[in-house]
Design a protein around this ligand. Structure first.
Ligand code: FAD
Length: 522
């Protein structure tokens, strides 16, 4: 009998041959099924699906796609890649913007494929220990569904749940809970990781800690997360969801910063979620996150005296259990009294916890039905230090963006740096409080000049230039650069450590080459 690994190498080399001489000949289906327990595929539909991401800004066709059935499959593929110098990219749910999970010179491992293809087991909840063990490709919506069955839930979220655990942990995973609990990477106890050398290792703060901290926020550079152990808390049943408006930026940010400074308070004396967004034009009324306001709660933006044509919306929530439903109104009232929003602009709704967490999916379904989901998304996410946020407002919201249709939400909310573990790979500004500013815009070439891909991409470049020229010291979240010099600049003081970790865990530089940080071996 031929050892599995040998067969897989043969397949891989066969692909190389096919690819390099441009032949249409493909290895037989039978051959492709051998070697790994999962499925190694060169089906056009698999290859096509792995060639795109949510951004729809770039395309790269892999040589093959692996639907692994276990961590051992992943390790076997990475080992084969190591020996033969081809690239391996883990792909979660493919919700990157700039081809971060793509490769045109290797194999994409579909970590989040359908269960029938991956055959990995679902989340395993440990009720007493208050954690859940999940496969790296598991979607957060499935983690939520599984943990809710035991009355538990993870503490820290992203706004959208159809993202994979491995994908968000490779970045940070942020939302309105981050000020309180830290990003998702601050809420992980343990990981199983296949390093770039093909070793399957368990790591945590105590054990293989360099790998553990490196992988968290590590942009897929050091290993492929096959299992994550995630902290849980008792799940609330319901959520009171509140939006209030501001016409003055300083009042808005002062209130946001006040609210996140309450993170150390007892639960009754703080909100559970603090976000916000910018309204630079009336288009927001029809925007995909604004259904909240209408039709029963219409906002007449023109009736509010805005600051330079711009309004700011604070979005906050309070979680509760039916048992303490009687106290919730008073607790909210006491907190709202301390804020300085436009008094007539309070919009409140009340919903089940799962419906709040899954809110963006509703918008997704609406956009899909109108053909507005699978369009290019030139998104830009920036961390801006607190000391520069006013300058940013003047230069960008009231300057570069002007009063034009925004074609997507612009989020803005602050976070506490002390909730971020500095040992992780992620880079944040050098101040105790910094803001996320997220331009989540869709390019709709049929909707006028200010919504074309070219227009929006130009505007993104202008925003980045404004930050550079003005010494804003912004850091990109979900960063995208094309040269190593830019990456060195991005990581700053952390570059040496990042580089050392790469040399230690993926010395042949075969992992996640779509990030374009390191040149793969040749
Ligand atoms: P992919 O795009 O598949 O992969 C991203 C990177 O991670 C790639 O480099 C890939 O190689 C690597 N990777 C994937 N899986 C693994 C693994 N198992 N082990 C190691 N590396 C791996 N982010 C937030 O923080 N907060 C939000 O609220 C938020 N909302 C979003 C809403 C939408 C609609 C979209 C499209 C994105 C949003 N994001 C948000 C961004 C999102 O977190 C990142 O794009 C994330 O990488 C997507 O996860 P994914 O599973 O699709 O990853």
């Amino acid at each position: 009998t031929i050892p599995k690994l040998k067969i897989i190498l043969t397949i891989a080399m066969c692909h190389f041959l096919v690819a390099s001489v441009g032949l249409t000949m493909v290895p037989t289906e039978q051959l492709l099924r051998v070697g790994v327990d999962g499925q190694l595929s060169i089906d056009l539909s698999d290859v096509e699906a792995a060639s795109f991401d949510f951004g729809r800004l770039s395309k790269a066709e892999p040589l093959a796609v692996l639907h692994p059935s276990s961590a051992e499959d992943v390790a076997m593929m990475v080992k084969a890649a190591n020996g033969n110098c081809f690239c391996v990219s883990a792909r979660g749910h493919g919700h990157s913007i700039n081809g971060q999970a793509q490769t045109d010179n290797g194999v994409v491992i579909e970590m989040s494929g359908s269960r029938s293809k991956t055959a990995v087991t679902g989340p395993r909840v440990f009720e007493e220990e208050m954690y859940v063990d999940v496969w790296g490709g598991e979607l957060w919506i499935e983690v939520l569904r599984a943990t809710l069955k035991q009355g538990l839930a993870p503490k820290s979220w992203t706004d959208y749940l159809y993202l994979s655990v491995g994908g968000t942990l490779s970045n940070a995973g942020i939302s309105g809970q981050t000020f309180n609990h830290g990003p998702q990477i601050s809420n992980v106890y343990q990981l199983d990781v296949v390093t770039g050398k093909g070793e399957l290792l368990t790591c945590s703060e105590e054990h293989n800690s360099e790998l553990f901290h490196g992988v968290l926020g590590g942009l897929g550079q050091f290993g492929i997360i096959t299992r994550a152990r995630i902290a849980l808390e008792p799940a609330p049943q319901r959520v009171r969801w509140i939006r209030v408006l501001y016409s003055n930026f300083l009042t808005f940010t002062k209130d946001q910063e006040f609210l996140i400074s309450l993170h150390g308070n007892p639960a009754s004396q703080k909100f559970d979620y603090v976000e916000g967004f910018v309204i630079v034009d009336e288009g927001l009324i029809n925007n995909w996150r604004s259904s909240f306001f209408s039709p029963s709660n219409p906002v007449k933006i023109t009736s509010v005296n805005s600051d330079g044509g711009v309004l700011y919306c604070l979005e906050i929530t309070k979680n509760y259990h039916d048992l303490n439903a009687n106290d919730i109104d008073q607790e909210i009232e006491a907190l709202l009294e301390k804020l300085n929003f436009i008094p007539t602009s309070v919009f409140t709704t009340d919903l089940a916890y799962v419906d709040f967490l899954d809110r963006v999916h509703k918008a997704e379904l609406k956009l899909r039905s109108k053909g507005l989901w699978d369009v290019p998304h030139p998104w830009l996410n920036l961390f801006i230090p607190k000391s520069k946020i006013e300058e940013f407002d003047k230069g960008v919201f009231k300057g570069i963006l002007g009063n034009k249709n925004t074609s997507g939400p612009i989020l803005i909310y602050p976070m506490n740096k002390n909730k971020w573990d500095q040992r992780s790979s992620v880079v944040t500004p050098d101040e105790g409080v910094f803001y996320l500013v997220a331009f989540l815009r869709s390019a709709l070439d049929t909707q006028g000049k200010t919504q074309t891909l070219e227009y929006l991409s130009n505007q993104n470049r202008q925003i980045l230039r404004f930050c550079d020229d003005g010494g804003i010291k912004a850091k990109q979240y979900l960063p995208h650069y094309t040269t190593q010099d830019e990456w060195v600049d991005h990581f700053g003081d952390k570059w040496d450590q990042f580089y050392q970790r790469k040399m230690e865990f993926d010395p042949r530089r075969i992992l996640a080459t779509g990030q374009r940080i390191f040149k793969p071996c040749s």
